[in-house]
Design a protein. Sequence first.
Length: 702
Amino acid sequence: MATKWKKSICPYCGVGCGLMVGVDDGRIVEVAGMKGYPVNDGNICHLAATLPSIFTAEGRLTKPMIRRNGELVSTGWDETITHTASNLKRIIDKHGPDSVAFYGGAINLNEEYYLINKLMKAAIGTNNVECSSRLCMASTALGFISTIGIDGPPACYADIEIADLFFIAGSNMAISLPVLFDRVNNARKQKGTKVIVVDPRKTETAAIADIHLQIWPGTDVALNNAIAHVLIKEGYIDEKNVETYCSGLRDLKQHIEKYSPSHVATITGCTESEIIRAAHAIGESKAVLAFWFQGYNHSTQAVSKNNTLHNLLLLTGNYCRPGAGPLAVNGEANTQGNRWIGTLSHLLPGVRQVSNPQHRRELADFWNISVDRISPIPGRSIIDIIKGLHSGDIRALWISTSNPAVSLPNSNWIEQGLKKAEFLVVQDIFHPTETTMLADVVLAGAHWGEKTGTYISSERRVEIVEKMIEPPGDAKADYEIICMVARAMGYTKDFPYNDPEEIFDEFRKITHGRICDMGGVTYERLRNESAGPQLPCPDPGHPGTPRLFQNRKLPRPDSRAALLCRDYVEPAEVTDSKYPFVLIIGRLAAHFNTRTRTGRIESLNNAARKNFIYIHTEDASRMDINDGDELDIVSRRGSVSGIAMITDNVLPHTIYMNMHFGKLLGIGGGKMANMVSNTAYDVYSKQPEFKFTAVKIINKNS
């Protein structure tokens, strides 16, 4: 039978690469980049190329399961759905709607997360709805909201080829976003675009930098304030122009007086001359495009880091114009979509806030429910949901396409909380995972390529992901599972959908007039056009919106951006004589998140079979550590072991470890980096501080 090729979008990072998927005899046999697609033009990363292997990997769920006598056993859907719905209803009836919560991964489709929002926030009446965007881009979203008034990333990938300076902070793009990094590197080679990289490590991305500011972990706010200090003091700012589209210049000028380059050099570890050189490069550039990632967002100062980066762009006029501005690229496929659909505990669908009375009224009218049904109080963040499991305030948790037993900080505490759940439901495509092993019910879902729905990429491009093959056995599309549970709980009238297109056609109506306006987007359009439009796209004849706010009229009360004064504050826990090292947790090119998918692909495992601990040459020499020694890394919460790799790519008194390796799948040996990490989070975004953990090192070979 001849291979048939169908277009789709990559289900890994939030870049949104176009794929051509080869289907033969009901199987996905090959994945290639889509030539001519505006994002990647045929280029794909190694993870996307290995997608076909996932469909035949060991451990695919083919039936739902219920725990009986301590063991998970396969059951039929009717029994499983009845059991799930009755237990959720029992707990809600006894303890109230806020005794239940939902947590999902950002691979879920917009249609699925719309249903979850409707079920939890409208039908059940709780805002305890969270997804892994909380761990990824919650701080970026709040940075946009506080600076420009809305979570609306204004730039696009086409700006890469226009910019003359890239400012890349806390992002090893070469590993986490290789397709976009190739475009950045090509612009550097072909056009001479300059590159500034801010990172405590000498990464693959830093290797292409004209200026590498190798700062002490967590000191970005001080650095950004020092750069602003130089820009203002040395006349790089057109103050009259800035004041036409920004508020707060006078206060910021006063605020940054105390952040002189000489002073900030003592905080960051960079030299005064390096800071000044970076400021001059920014001030002299015509179009600065800024990228940042988890080095910013995994911090108790994450929103302040975002705000001070926005300050630099606003001060120099590098905002809302071609080639210039903030370009935050998400770490998971639909992180932008699930934020705009409302899948965080303070949000409602259509970029709305649960605390806003008008927004609640709009949704209540649309859903035909009493406005009192939607709580005005934001729900719990995922860390606070786990706290609720420990305290007994949260009794039931429904987890979908995520593995929080490994991905959340302080893993031992997380696992203890999950075990305390009165009723734990896990919806996934594989078993076992560290989280499904703890479940009372396991729901067998469908993977990318086995169901239909939409994603929204980091440049606001909406695309359809088509069902190309059948899910294995009795596994079902996630939207079907959600609808079945909702109907079994008594909400049949509100969940009448027969297919995902009906769901899409409903929720796109509530985006009218919003930044995510999908009025001009239909499944037919997405299927027939070579590339989906960038939002907003308000009517069928609209081509989409590559860049936002080019008239510089921003959705704040005075239509201006806010220059915000933010002080540098140390991380939640600092090093001391007992815990003298800083652990930074990151990722590898060969694996994704907690390896529930990539860990089942042998070629990827062969590329990274062990979890290494990168330690600086000076520290290794002082502690008599050799390459290959097994080390114990100990924090105030627990310990983890790994293999020493001596390098000059990290700073002295810092170490680096990857987050992917859990207890299962045969490699890594249970060396979970998050066993030692901290649950402290940014007070505004509630995003945990994965990038700074105070630890000590014990050499098991000495």
